[in-house]
Write a new protein. Structure first.
Length: 477
């Protein structure tokens, strides 16, 4: 990136090929029929990531049965859950290198097939050790999938549509855990816990083939994409040399500063010098603060994902079908929370990310306390868990958007990978700690631990700077 280039002011990806596409689109006007095939690709991404999320979430509904069959302690059961996230975290950077070198069309089908393979093998395990090794292998296999899908979104959508596409992508991650508990309960009741893994493995075999034939790395090379759509995908907002300055910029920024002045004092909102290098990224207290906060919140979500069915069946003594439906409630709330939090952040508080994160951290403390005194009636508990999932996820996606306001576009991938690595570390650590706490204490100790973790996340996030635009529209942060 040239030193005098304008730093990125929002959540936007761009690479050399997209830049070339933009130049071509501007140089050669394209007319003709406009296809919408990119949204077909987005639909495929949504389905695939829902399946991937289901493959990692299905352990929750079968965990009580696996524990009983293999005589596991809670600590061993926690290790079964956590080892997936160990493999998932370790594989993140190698996955990015593979996608960069080989492309998504090659990497995705291979690792989708491997994900299906190891999901199916979980149903054939005959010991606790085999279950742990298969979960670790599943983490390695699934890690490249979100990297390939995010790379596809980057290449297949223009800047003005990427926010919508990423929102759908994140919603898919919560939709998988919505459908798995009730479906898993139905499968277990009729066939046995092993068949949850067998059935979850089958769709991936089909979609790995569909991806290879329907999605190419470059949209312009797809036989389903018209030249007009290819030009639209390659377009980007530009400032033309002879264009007059946009008047609304002056009108909109100054009132925004006045409108949010009090909020900015609370959340430490201020203009920042954008992080531009790897060394600056690793030295940034803001980036590491985000990583630690994300570790705490991801850990809480993964405990709910993996341990909630066990809690419902052993503590609340719910029937299998009630467990299935109640366990999906926090993730229904999570889908709505992600969408609502994004709209609130973009439209109500001027694209400030910290307010939604603080809402999530504060409210989660109270929701964890409420769960200590949770009712035994399924419908009432489902409502409480729905609210827990909603409030927990209002600010969850903001953690990955936040670094875009702190960095240049070239520094963003490394910064977000640091934050995401923190999240995956929490995903690996917290379910294991939950097992330790259950063997030594009780579920009350687990909820207190989760509440304290959310309180710590809030304290750390209060120290992180919220990047805001300068009042002068011509100024560069």
């Amino acid at each position: 990136m040239p030193k005098d280039a304008q730093p990125m002011r929002g959540f936007q990806w761009e690479d050399t090929d997209m830049a070339k596409g933009a130049a071509t689109a501007e140089a050669v006007p394209v007319t003709g029929r406009m296809t919408r095939y990119r949204w077909v690709v987005m639909g495929l991404i949504f389905i695939v990531y829902t399946l991937a999320a289901a493959d990692r979430a299905n352990i929750g509904i079968v965990l009580p049965f696996v524990k009983k069959e293999f005589a596991m302690t809670n600590t061993e059961a926690g290790a079964v859950v956590s080892l997936f996230f160990v493999g998932y975290a370790v594989m993140q950077i190698p996955a990015g290198l593979m996608v960069k070198r080989l492309g998504t069309r090659v990497v995705f089908p291979i690792f989708m097939l491997l994900t299906s393979l190891f999901t199916g093998l979980l149903g054939t395990t005959g010991s606790a050790m085999a279950m742990k090794l298969n979960r670790l292998a599943l983490g390695f296999a699934e890690a490249p999938l979100p990297v390939t899908m995010l790379s596809t979104i980057n290449r297949w959508f223009p800047a003005q549509e990427k926010g919508t596409a990423v929102g759908l992508f994140l919603a898919a991650a919560k939709f998988g855990p919505v459908i798995v508990p009730p479906l898993g309960a139905l499968i277990i009741a009729n066939f046995g816990w092993e068949y949850v893994f067998f059935i979850c493995a089958l769709p991936g075999l089909v979609f790995s083939v569909l991806w290879y034939f329907l999605v190419v790395d470059e949209p312009a090379r797809s036989r389903f994409v018209s030249p007009a759509e290819a030009a639209h995908i390659g377009s980007r907002p530009t400032v033309r040399p002879n264009a007059a300055p946009a008047r609304p910029a002056t009108v909109s920024t100054a009132p925004a500063k006045t409108r949010f002045a009090r909020l900015d004092r609370v959340i430490r909102g201020r203009p920042v010098r954008l992080i531009a290098t790897a060394s600056e990224t690793f030295r940034s207290g803001n980036i590491w603060g985000l990583a630690i906060g994300y570790l705490m919140m991801t850990g809480i979500i993964n405990v709910i994902l993996a341990w909630l069915p066990t809690y419902l069946s052993t503590v609340k003594q719910f029937s299998l079908m009630n467990v299935g439906f109640v366990a999906s409630a926090p993730f229904v709330g999570g889908v709505l929370g992600n969408i609502s939090g994004g709209l609130f952040s973009d439209r109500i508080v001027g694209k400030r990310r910290k307010p939604t994160i603080l809402i999530s951290t504060v409210s989660t403390v109270f929701m964890m306390y409420a769960l200590i005194h949770a009712p035994n009636e399924p419908v009432t508990l489902a409502v409480l868990l729905f609210l827990t999932g909603f409030l927990l996820n209002v600010g969850y996606s903001s953690f990955t958007v936040y670094p875009a306001g702190l960095t240049t576009k070239d520094a963003y991938p490394l910064a977000v990978s640091v934050v995401n690595t923190g999240g995956q570390a929490g995903g690996a650590l917290f379910p294991f700690v939950t097992g330790l706490l259950l063997d030594a204490y009780s579920w009350d100790a687990v909820f207190l631990f989760l509440g304290a973790s959310s309180l710590l996340a809030m304290a750390i996030m209060l120290l992180v700077v919220e990047p805001v635009e300068k009042a002068d529209p011509g100024a560069i942060r």
